[in-house]
Design a protein around this ligand. Structure first.
Ligand code: GGG
Length: 360
């Protein structure tokens, strides 16, 4: 028998429910590998970075953390943020630090209905929801440009500036990524989202690049929609969307809206990709650390397990990814649901049900 293909994965559960859902995802992935007749295996290393690490060291991750992570095939992340650490410090010290240093410029966030999950949009049986939100993940509003105390006037007179960065290269690569993705889908459509009537520099550049790239994909339907109008469209015409591409902040907001419309933020999976594969990509549920329910066994592990399926696709194991996604559908369809989606199952109940469903 040939040697199993072993994927080295860095697990960073980080904060709050992140620890619970990463443990769940690891258990499901290990069960999948155990049933693979030895054709692949996972070699995990867990890192204790996050807000508790910050309390001990004054840092969100080790000084040489990026060097350590470079050695892995992928990063499996939980959630960042805890009330003891300012949110901007925890986010920039860990999640954004990894995304930006590893040039994970494409954040892919699928949104779709799951059997057995009630959605505010499921008014009619024929309402469909099957989108991928493609988020520019390296610049835009999250470029980290700006400053405080610019007036020099001190408290009461303070002035802060927060700038957005839009580069032609950055816009083009994410827009092209969205078009290439659309070509793999039944509905070949890309909706580009900006607020270019009010943000007249960077977002007009984005719109210009979108028009130029769109001309190279005549087989793909396109539209350019302002973000306020797109928020309404998400609710009113969900069946008219397929791939939605937007800047860092706009797509962050829209993908939360999308997953809530699909039933819960707890269901939403995501991949932070470095498409050139020069650095490891990072897979994580869209949700945050949810301090209000952390440690109570209430977290929904589906978003983390769906993210594991995206990781398997990235590893070139589409059949295994499909097995995970089918297990998710079996479990939600059977009504094994956590509280956020109207059920009473615990994180462990759903995890065990997912492992059982892998055998189906
Ligand atoms: N698992 C995702 C997570 O931890 N999100 C926390 C957060 O605040 N993220 C902001 C962002 O997605 O940029």
């Amino acid at each position: 028998m040939s040697e199993p293909r072993t994927f080295r994965i860095a697990a960073i559960p980080a904060d709050g429910v992140g620890t619970e859902v990463v443990a769940a995802g690891r258990a499901v992935l290990d069960a999948l590998a155990a049933g693979s007749d030895g054709s692949f295996a996972f070699d995990w290393q867990e890192f204790d970075w996050g807000c508790a690490y910050y309390a001990r060291t004054g840092k969100m991750m080790a000084d040489d953390g990026l060097e350590q992570l470079k050695e892995f095939d992928a990063i499996y992340f939980g959630a960042v943020g805890w009330p003891t650490v300012p949110d901007d410090v925890s986010l920039w010290g860990l999640r954004l630090k990894i995304c930006q240093n590893f040039d994970q410029w494409a954040n892919v966030r699928p949104v779709h209905f799951l059997p057995g999950v009630l959605s505010p949009l499921r008014k009619a049986d024929d309402t469909e929801l099957d989108w991928v939100v493609v988020r520019e993940n390296s610049e835009g509003e999250y470029a980290g440009l700006g400053g405080r105390n610019l007036s020099g006037r001190g408290p009461g007179g303070e002035v802060a500036v927060q700038s957005s960065l839009f580069t032609e290269v950055g816009c083009e690569r994410i827009i092209r990524f969205a078009f290439d993705l659309a070509r793999t889908r039944t509905r070949r459509k890309v909706s580009s989202v900006t607020k270019s009537n009010a943000q007249q520099y960077g977002m007009v550049l984005w719109d210009d690049v979108f028009k130029r790239v769109a001309a190279e994909y005549p087989d793909v339907e396109t539209e350019s929609v302002l973000v306020d109008a797109m928020s309404a469209k998400f609710v009113l015409k969900p069946e008219d969307l397929s791939v939605v591409v937007a800047s860092n902040l706009n797509a962050d907001i829209l993908s939360d809206l999308g997953s809530a419309l699909a039933g819960s933020l707890g269901l939403a999976a995501s991949a932070n990709l470095n498409p050139e594969r020069r650095f490891p990509s990072m897979f994580e549920p869209v949700h945050g650390s949810a301090p209000d329910i952390a440690g109570q066994g209430l977290a929904n592990p589906i978003g983390a397990v769906g993210s594991a399926a995206l990781m398997l696709e990235h590893f070139g194991l589409p059949d295994q990814a499909a097995r995970l996604n089918k297990a998710i559908e079996t479990v939600t369809g059977a009504g094994t649901l956590t509280r956020d989606v109207g059920g009473t199952a615990t994180t462990d109940d759903v995890t065990k049900a997912l492992i059982d469903a892998l055998g189906d």
